[in-house]
Ligand binder design. Structure first.
Ligand code: G6P
Length: 607
């Protein structure tokens, strides 16, 4: 989704636009449809340029005009919400005098009323966006000092924002403001970089200050002020993790990284003797967790599928009643929350607007709020009472892969922790710990199916529909497998429970409609085999994902993929891998834009 970058140096840096563009490119993975920038030019004014499509289009446009760029500069990638995709609607937006420029992430909900009022006062609008009202409001409030004008304007806004503002009338600063849309300031030696995502600044500095809601930062040439003094934090990710490192796509790189990313999630958190997990992020709520008798898990997309697994895990091993909801639904239904209820939010980015809204709703109703997230310092991490980081490194591909398996591994740690607080026997805990310690190696082994999966993608190329079926712990994996191929190959797919097939979906089965059945040797194995029989009896092709050594399935399925054998509740970490690879290879054959699928964004920061 939308991204913001700002750059200001000690003075007159002719690299300003290049540095800004390079930083903006690091946000490309978030998904966008147009880009723009506004910069101070040595000719003595602010120049604004915009282009639809890729950032490279913007670069070409700038290159064709003989500008003399200096700084400050603000840049933006837009993912359309209000107003269609066109140059006029791309950011930055300006006031009537074209002297105040605003880049904005978020949504201004009361913009129609503000716009009407501003038009009534004589302001002329040139876009169909909600953002443009901010530029005109600042123009109206300006009395010589930009931050004062921004501060006054913010008082009129209802909605969410991460803002970067510059003005030719007060040109030695960038003013930034945040409400529910992330912003941070990177502190480099001779310059400051403002960004909506740490990925943009990581190549320049590890020292960052995250803005909190309601804060305004005034970033000058050699110092910056913020309403509340804040301590600089260290970004933990290595820069190399932002590169493809020889892989053709980030998605494939991230799939292949899973042995290491899962290891990172588990590292230092398992206590083999005690059959337990040590989770520092839960220390402060350990006693309160003992009283919890109900858990709501919320998340969106892939994170919700991890949540569905958490539901099975918590109920079976910790004996806690658990329900998983799409975060976008959670606060619109009559959920029964009290002080003995915990809300567990799962989000790779920690910035998904629907998930944050669910957290705020649960907190306001007295529930304990916890999170599983990947991004250190994200809004989710800061707004929950307690939580666990997945530590799987930056995920750039829009289709989530390594973040998912790390979320499931983190849920397994949560399960151990909650289970051992309650009725889970020591031996069960120890067994789970032993299997988790083997997990990176088993994932490595599973990845060896890559070549076979590529061949399967070739064999099934041309099919336009797929079923993904599983039961119990592999039902969420069926959903996730279907989502992956839908997201990146634009193929119709459905993920369902094997047992539900005969209640409707079976009507669709034919030789043109293959099913991918996840059928490890677990407690529902025979039931899944019956479901496969039902499909075969109607001529449907079947690809089975099963446990190594289970050759009997070969007489039933058309193709068989083997995964290592482990305890039932950890099989999902392995069984999802062939499905990730199948979606990947299928999409490559279809010629799709793997890392930036159409219409999707990596981090959805609007509701
Ligand atoms: C978007 C992405 C999905 C992701 C979902 C939740 O829809 O395209 O891949 O699963 O957001 O993102 P989160 O950062 O909250 O895990």
């Amino acid at each position: 989704m939308c991204g913001i970058v700002g750059y200001i140096s000690k003075g007159n840096d002719e690299r300003s636009v290049n540095i800004g563009i390079e930083a903006l490119k690091r946000l490309e993975y978030r998904g966008y449809d147009s880009a723009g920038l506004a910069f101070w030019d040595r000719s003595g004014g602010i120049i604004c340029q915009k282009a639809v499509g890729r950032i490279s289009n913007l670069e070409n446009k700038i290159g064709q005009n003989g500008f003399s760029p200096a700084d400050p500069v603000i840049l933006h990638t837009r993912w359309a919400t209000h107003g269609n995709v066109c140059e006029a609607n791309a950011h930055p937006h300006s006031d009537c005098t074209r002297d105040i420029f605003v880049a904005h992430n978020g949504i201004i909900e009361n913009y129609p009323a503000l716009k009407e009022q501003l038009i009534g006062e004589g302001h002329v609008f040139s876009s169909g966006t909600d953002t443009e009202v901010i530029a005109h409001l600042i123009e109206k409030c300006f009395e010589g000092n930009l931050e004062e004008a921004v501060r006054k304007s913010l008082g009129c806004l209802v909605g969410t924002y991460g803002l970067a503002v510059i003005s030719g009338r007060d040109p030695n600063k960038i003013v930034a403001a945040r409400l529910s849309s992330p912003l941070l300031v990177g502190l480099a030696e001779d310059y400051f970089l403002l960004a909506s995502d740490p990925s943009a600044v990581i190549a320049h500095t590890r020292k960052v200050v995250y803005l909190d809601d309601g804060e305004i930062a005034v970033i000058g040439r050699s110092n910056f002020t913020i309403i509340r003094e804040k301590k600089a934090e260290e970004i933990e990710w290595a820069d190399g993790q932002h590169e493809k490192e020889g892989f053709p796509h980030y998605m494939l790189k991230e799939v292949m990284e899973q042995p290491e990313s899962i290891e990172q999630t588990l590292k230092g958190r398992l206590i083999p003797e005690a059959g337990n997990a040590k989770l520092g992020g839960l220390d402060s709520v350990e006693q309160r967790l003992r009283q919890i008798d109900k858990v709501y898990i919320v998340g969106c997309g892939t994170a919700r599928h991890a949540g569905l697994l958490g539901e099975y895990m918590f109920e079976e091993y910790a004996g806690i009643s658990t329900r998983t909801d799409a975060a976008s639904e959670f606060r619109y239904r009559k959920t029964l929350l009290d002080k003995n209820t915990a809300l567990l939010a799962i989000s790779q980015s920690g910035e998904t607007a629907d998930t944050l809204a669910a957290i705020r709703d649960a907190r306001s109703r007295g529930a304990l709020t916890m999170g599983i997230t990947n991004v250190v310092g994200s809004t989710q991490a800061r707004e929950t009472d307690a939580g666990v980081y997945t530590r799987c490194g930056p995920e750039i591909g829009v289709a989530s892969t390594k973040a998912f398996t790390s979320q499931v591994a983190a849920l397994a740690l949560f399960t151990l922790f909650l289970g051992r607080q309650r009725q889970m026997p020591l031996e069960t805990g120890r067994r789970i710990v032993r299997e988790l310690l083997r997990m990176p190696e088993m994932v490595e082994q599973t990845l060896q199916c890559d070549r076979q999966i590529k061949e399967l993608a070739e064999k099934y190329r041309g099919f336009e529909n797929f079923f993904y079926l599983g039961r119990k712990y592999n039902y969420p994996i069926a959903r996730e497998g279907a989502l992956k191929i839908k997201e990146i190959a634009y193929v119709h797919s459905e993920g369902s429970w094997g047992g539900e097939l005969k209640h409707g979906e079976l009507a669709l089965i034919s030789e043109d409609f293959p099913s991918i059945c996840i059928v490890p040797k677990d407690s529902v194995y025979e039931k899944m085999v019956s479901n496969i029989e039902e499909i075969k009896a109607r001529g449907g092709p079947v690809i089975a994902v099963t446990s190594e050594g289970n050759q009997e399935i070969e007489s039933l399925a058309d193709d068989v993929v083997y995964i290592p054998d482990t305890i039932e509740f950890l099989t999902p970490i392995l069984s999802v891998i062939p499905l990730q690879l199948f979606a990947y290879h299928f999409a490559v054959l279809c010629g799709c834009d793997i890392d930036k699928p159409r219409n999707l964004a990596k981090s959805v920061t609007v509701e």
